[in-house]
Ligand binder design. Structure first.
Ligand code: Z5A
Length: 212
């Protein structure tokens, strides 16, 4: 059976990934694909429990390496129990954040060596990586304002603007290194305009399965 496509959604906070994940899945289902929507950190019982620790504002001051290891512990569980079996059955997997978030947040944001992240990536993922990383790009101030309007901040949302600026730069650096695999969405537009961009992109993925 042909393996499903693995598509991840990335970007800074408030960029609209969660808002659009289900919409993307519905669009692909209407085109005949079987689709699973999931998220990181999380996606399985154990990984969601780890997510609770990672996001809790009650646990400030977590060591950065601990944070990194917990991200990959959750990812291993998610991959083994959910993502790999689904891809193997031909299901398309839409994942709200994945390893690019680790490079952006723990690497560029916290300052952990990218080489160390790459070693854990190889250990946990082997050579599996997303077929496409849809990057929702948004200026930091707008993203923070959207997130703040939602209410209580989690452990990451309590960071300052310079942390989120490093993250945006990190995502851009990764996208520049492999632009065909990192199609970008201008997430500062209205939801209607964002979905028009997504529709064009998904059509390209469906028809050519290669984004120029
Ligand atoms: N993290 C990490 O550090 N390392 C890792 O390896 C991984 C994750 C995998 C997960 O928290 C945190 O874990 C995340 C990174 C870190 N922390 N941060 N910050 P999460 O899943 O709760 O947080 P998130 O992924 O950042 O979600 P988010 O802030 O909700 O962003 P979003 O999903 O992109 O945004 P949204 O929820 O779809 O939209 C936010 C609000 O904006 C909402 O009210 C929408 O109605 C509104 N919105 C959305 N689109 C628009 C447009 N186009 N116009 C106007 N308003 C809009």
């Amino acid at each position: 059976m042909e393996r499903g496509k693995f598509i991840t959604l990335e970007g800074g906070e408030g960029a609209g990934k969660s808002t659009n994940a289900q919409w993307i899945a519905d669009y692909l289902r209407a085109k005949g694909k079987t689709v699973l929507v999931t998220r990181e950190p999380g996606g399985t019982e154990v990984a969601e429990a780890i997510r609770g620790v990672l996001l809790s504002p009650e646990l400030p001051g977590m060591n950065s390496d601990t944070e990194l290891l917990l991200m990959f512990a959750a990812r291993n569980e998610h991959l083994q129990k959910k993502i790999l079996p689904a891809l193997g059955q031909g299901t398309w997997v839409i994942c709200d954040r994945f390893t690019d978030a680790t490079y952006a947040y723990q690497g560029y944001g916290r300052g952990i060596s990218l080489q160390r992240i790459a070693e854990l990536e190889t250990w946990v993922q082997g050579d599996l990586c997303p077929d496409y990383v849809i990057l929702f790009d948004l200026d930091v101030a707008t993203g923070m304002a959207r997130a703040q309007a939602r209410g209580q901040a989690d452990r990451f949302e309590q960071e300052h603007a310079d942390f989120f600026a490093r993250i945006r730069n990190g995502y851009q650096a990764r996208a520049e290194a492999a632009p065909a695999r990192y199609p970008q969405i201008d997430a500062g537009q209205t939801l209607e305009q964002v979905r028009a961009q997504l529709e064009q992109l998904l059509e390209r993925i469906l028809t050519t399965e290669e984004v120029a």
